[in-house]
Design a protein around this ligand. Sequence first.
Ligand SMILES: Cc1cc2nc3c(=O)[nH]c(=O)nc-3n(C[C@H](O)[C@H](O)[C@H](O)COP(=O)(O)OP(=O)(O)OC[C@H]3O[C@@H](n4cnc5c(N)ncnc54)[C@H](O)[C@@H]3O)c2cc1C
Length: 527
Amino acid sequence: MRTAPRTATRITPGLAGLPAEVDVVVVGLGVTGAGVALDAVSRGLSVLAVDAHDLAFGTSRFSSKLVHGGLRYLASGQVGIAHESAVERGILMETTAPHLTRPLPSIIPLSAGVSRPMGTLAGAGLLGGDLLRRAAGTSGDTLPRPRRLSAAETRRIAPPLRTDGLRGAYLGWDGQLEDDARLVTTIARTAARRGAHVRTHARVVAATGREVRLRDELTGATATVATRTVVNAAGVWAGDLVDDVRLRPSRGTHLVLRPETLPGLDVAVFAPIPGETNRFVLVLPQPDGQFYVGLTDEPADGPVPDVAQPTEVEIGFLLDVVAASFARPLRRADVVGAFAGLRPLLDSGPGEDDSTADLSRKHAVLTSSGGVVTIVGGKLTTYRRMAEDAVDAAVAQAGLTAGPCVTATLPLAGAAPRAELADLAAKAAHPGTARLIRRYGADADLVLAAAREATGWTEADLLAPLDDGLATVAAELVFGVTHEGAADVADLLDRRTRIGLVPADRARAVPAAEKVLAVVQESPLQR
Ligand SMILES: Cc1cc2nc3c(=O)[nH]c(=O)nc-3n(C[C@H](O)[C@H](O)[C@H](O)COP(=O)(O)OP(=O)(O)OC[C@H]3O[C@@H](n4cnc5c(N)ncnc54)[C@H](O)[C@@H]3O)c2cc1C
């Protein structure tokens, strides 16, 4: 065990200043790789963690942004996975990331399309979910108990619902993220703060258990780094680096709707899929007021694309299912964006468990003949546990001396009790400050101070929305460049912020992102 370097407190793009030798190289900076980097550095190991593109470039930015309690695994009898999910949800919401998570109320409307047996089943499911919460030790203040709503209460809580034949609803609670890419960025920044070298735009082109060859994707420069062990957390691309891991991705699509499409709706709605007894399409209200509607599960055979594309068939399916639950007709023109992610499902071979939906949530740690430790599968909610298992395996395989895993009690950068942050946000003199508190927690001051220092702009300029109808403020973009390894417009608009999920908004924000990049990259402080 070496002493972790204290110099690497910011995430930077490319290969300049790379260490010649480390204990652990982590390949991939989705939620899994970022979690592995944090786990390893907090055990006292020296760490280099890289992504070929950017933080959260892969599946991790295209999730439903839920911190699941594992209800559906309970329904299929997978009690162990369900319990693990519920425990990890509690850790995120109560200890490590209260600033990036919130309790999300969801309703299952008992509408004409939901038969009485289906309603009873759904209600029993919510009660089962509450048992899971209690077994995991998560407080009822964090996630209140489910209950039955009358038809009048349902109409009040979800005004845009279709009301003919509405018998009431079940109300339950689960966890929701501020944003999945923001979680990944925060985990990676926490690792960097503790001394991990975290690099974007740095591709691993070859790896053995002892060495990695890297290419700087911005300059084309190459480098070799010696290491005691390598953890491959490359998601659906994990099989490109090692011969003995095969994946069978499946695609999940979401739609994006504007706030005015379903006015007054701030609970999630489960819309029943016709002809299915216990499958729903979810309408998920987001912190900025938009709605995401998902989700599909389609096999995605063939070469793995950099970015998966939703099909018109998937978009039409999701729209048709949810439209049946609302009074106002929903049309294709209401869909202002759509995004798809690939589930990194492990192909267990013919004759093994063929159910892709179940496989995706189990995680697996595999050590290949060349000594590379691969971690795949699982889900966003359980990233911490996946990272712990991967680092345990890497430490054992390489014979490293490392401390115990501490991440269950290690708050992520900016973490503070939710009530404390809400109080700060309520007292904020400027709405832009309240927004920074929502997205960076107790680090909001740091974000603003760093942005002021790098640009010399006034607070008013840094806290102003980028454009009409775009809530993102310039300070977020500046901090993305100074501290979070963003190198281009796409890093800023598609991952540090999520403006890019709506193409029309993205086009309007490009000039602001270009301006920030030019100003910060010219700043003497950046060189
Ligand atoms: C549609 C959908 C919805 C989901 N919703 C939820 C949800 O609501 N809640 C939940 O808990 N889970 C959810 N999941 C599951 C969860 O999103 C994934 O399990 C998780 O994000 C996978 O993260 P990862 O880090 O393993 O992979 P990724 O996020 O794909 O990261 C892999 C990274 O490796 C990098 N990389 C690849 N090759 C190299 C290389 N050679 N060198 C360097 N870097 C490389 C890539 O650029 C990429 O950034 C969902 C999944 C899907 C598909």
